[in-house]
Ligand binder design. Structure first.
Ligand SMILES: Nc1ncnc2c1ncn2[C@@H]1O[C@H](COP(=O)(O)OP(=O)(O)O)[C@@H](O)[C@H]1O
Length: 286
């Protein structure tokens, strides 16, 4: 049986539980840390053994490439890729009562409230369940300890992939991001070319340029300006960095240092996840 068929069994998170828990949780004290407070070694990756679909999380700074790799893995494993940043942007675009307040928060590089993000995520999971979706790859959630505690309280996250990239590349990658306003394709015009020094090897990440039919339709996210990206990086270090430790203590954190551009990094990531021999690997990368 192929890796993917073994993964394709359902025991979805129940989004009602997530919503209920989130509201009751707001008045509860934080969960205590696991009793054994000794940092365990990185998890050796195992697929879920009870036949359900994977429930994975991607962590990492703005610009690291969470969306790129989460989206590729979601195609490979046939589970939805749920990016809370997209949910926030969709909500913004509805121009509903919340959108003005949201755009102010997002455009300053701040985090929206835990309750609001849980609500958006719950709705997305509910809609997915109604369509028969199961399992997920979350991208951009959890981003605070409270979000992590809520999620941990309602379902078993199998694996948390922590993508890491040198600080000097992150800002350039955010500023280089472009989206085609017509087809929604994501590109990056930044060319990262860091020379080797005494401590670290050279790193080259070529730009991911759009095809000619998208080139004249590229747009940049309103929050991808230098000032706002710096603020998002600061907030990541303050609020989201502790989430890495939260999962490290629970033996769920898999660290992945991006070695370079997408082809090289994708191949290495698949090796790390024991997915490199899978027949669908090439099509997922297309
Ligand atoms: N889990 C979350 N908690 C709070 N705010 C969030 C969350 N996910 C997304 N957001 C909001 O949406 C914005 C865009 O998110 P995202 O696209 O994931 O950006 P990034 O490139 O910083 O990873 C964030 O700056 C934040 O305002």
């Amino acid at each position: 049986m192929s890796v993917v068929s073994r993964l394709l069994r359902a025991r979805p998170i129940t989004s009602n539980t997530l919503r209920t828990l989130s509201s009751s949780y707001s008045t509860s004290p934080p969960l205590s840390p696991p009793e054994n407070d000794v940092t365990p070694p990185s998890p050796s990756f195992k697929h879920p053994t009870d036949g359900r679909n994977v429930q994975w999380v991607f962590l990492g700074c703005p610009g690291v490439g969470k969306g790129t790799y989460a989206s590729r893995l979601s195609k490979l494993l046939n589970v939805p890729h749920i990016a809370t940043g997209d949910l926030v942007r969709d909500e913004l675009n509805t121009k509903g009562p919340l959108s003005e307040q949201l755009s102010e928060i997002v455009n300053q590089g701040k985090l929206v409230s835990d309750n609001l993000i849980i609500d958006l995520l719950s709705k997305r999971l509910e809609a997915g369940e109604a369509k028969g979706e199961s399992g997920f790859i979350l991208d951009g959630f959890p981003r605070t300890i409270r979000q992590a505690e809520i999620l941990e309280g309602v379902t078993n996250i199998d694996l948390v992939i922590n993508l890491k990239l040198r600080e000097e590349a992150l800002l350039a990658k955010c500023l280089g991001r472009r989206t085609c306003s017509q087809c929604g394709g994501n590109y990056n015009v930044a060319c990262i070319d860091i020379k080797a020094d005494n401590e670290r090897p050279a790193m080259y990440m070529p730009p991911l340029l759009p095809p000619s039919h998208c080139a004249s339709k590229l747009i940049t996210r309103a929050d991808d300006t230098e000032e706002v990206v710096k603020e998002r990086l600061r907030i990541y270090n303050e609020k989201s960095r502790p989430v890495e430790e939260f999962y490290r203590k629970r033996g769920k954190l898999l660290e992945f240092d991006l070695p370079g551009g997408i082809p090289e990094s994708w191949t290495k990531l698949l090796q790390l996840l024991n997915l490199d021999d899978h027949e669908d690997t090439r099509s997922a990368a297309a």
